[in-house]
Write a new protein. Structure first.
Ligand SMILES: [Zn+2]
Length: 101
């Protein structure tokens, strides 16, 4: 049996120490988690264990939700006002038609 080699060996080289990498992470192959942590430190990437970037978008989403709620409230107010005016308009049109037929 022959082993299939789809990717070239240069693709699986640890960018930190230059050794053969076996652990895929951040589009590279690393020999150990120590090298992954070093790579994350060099490229300002956050690891899975401590994710400060994960909490920032959550706070942003909360702020956006408040805006969305305010927009929805405004839209509902506009719709209700518009519906009242359209209903009045409709009754104004429909009443003479009702008399005719
Ligand atoms: Zn390494």
């Amino acid at each position: 049996m022959k082993k299939k080699q789809n990717s070239s060996p240069t693709d699986k080289i640890d960018p930190i120490c230059g050794m053969k990498g076996t652990i895929p992470a951040h589009g590279h192959y690393f020999c150990s988690t120590h090298c992954i942590k070093k790579y994350e430190e060099q490229h300002n990437l956050s690891s899975i264990e401590s994710c400060p970037a994960c909490t920032i978008p959550a706070k942003k989403w909360y702020k956006e939700r408040l805006y969305i709620i305010l927009i929805i409230l405004l839209i509902t107010l506009i719709i209700t006002l518009h519906l009242q005016s359209t209903l009045q308009y409709m009754t104004q049109i429909l009443t003479p038609l009702h008399i005719l037929f």
